[in-house]
Design a protein around this ligand. Sequence first.
Ligand SMILES: [Zn+2]
Ligand SMILES: [Zn+2]
Ligand SMILES: [Zn+2]
Length: 334
Amino acid sequence: MSELRKDPILGRWVIVAEERAKRPEDFKIPPVVAKGSANCPFCEGNEGITPPEIMALRSAQSKPNGPGWQVRVVSNKFPVLKIEGNLDKRGKGIYDRMNGIGAHEVIIETPQHLTSMSTLPEEHIQNIILVYRERMLDLKKDGRFHFGLIFKNVGDIAGASLEHSHSQIVATPIVPIRINQEMTGAKAFYDYRGRCIFCDIIAQELDEGERIVIDDEHFVAFMPFASRFPFEIWIVPKQHLTHFENIPQSLIPSLAHILKKVLTKGEKALNHPPYNLLVHTTPFDVKTTEYYHWHIEIIPRITRVAGFEWGTGFYINPVPPENAAAFLREANNL
Ligand SMILES: [Zn+2]
Ligand SMILES: [Zn+2]
Ligand SMILES: [Zn+2]
């Protein structure tokens, strides 16, 4: 069983995954399992190689753990946190630890061996979003979990071990520090101005326009003013929405549309870069709704985080977001 340990200086939790502890030579990055579907556990027909399914969108005649599905959710075969057991929080002196309870699920986005979500039809992406929503609502019911992160790792540098298009959800027994930091900043702004900072950012970005990539009725995709990475893009609902899992049905087609468009543009303009996609949303048990606003962050992994960044928390971004946004915006046919 893995263990969570809290850094007594920063308050940041680290997952120490004992079962993954290996010899130093095991830390070489393994090659992504690629090409051809014979060995791919996510391809239709290979359901027997994955852990049993948690849910699936499948045809009425088909049977669980067999072919006939569109989107399928299974437990991660190598979970960073385990679902079984009670939370056991302990402290000794200045050190706090907790057993590694949580959920780690894989959302297999398509039965075909496709490597990018952007190649799927919009209606199919809508189904993936529906599955995200359903899994988050279900995990939220488990009182042991305080936060759920939906994310994608695409490409080996971004942490993917299988190229077949998939997403993951990890539910954690604590609220991660990054979310706490965003919420603390947003709360301070709200206490001072009485408004949601994300709503204000959207308004200013739409007004200035230079960092906008796509602006449609319900969502805006833009490069943040202080982007850490070249071509970092955020997708934010224009309505003040706090919990991703409460996304109204009427917005799901719009989200699928903008997601497909943003991913396609990025892939064409940057020649299929590795990237991470993550959904930042309000912690499950936080009801306060005035100041935090869910959003998607997409981070192409085209620069490396090195000593200066590790040492300072500064990021060096060689491409101003205004230029990057203009590049993607003006590439009309992308
Ligand atoms: Zn596959
Ligand atoms: Zn807002
Ligand atoms: Zn965020």
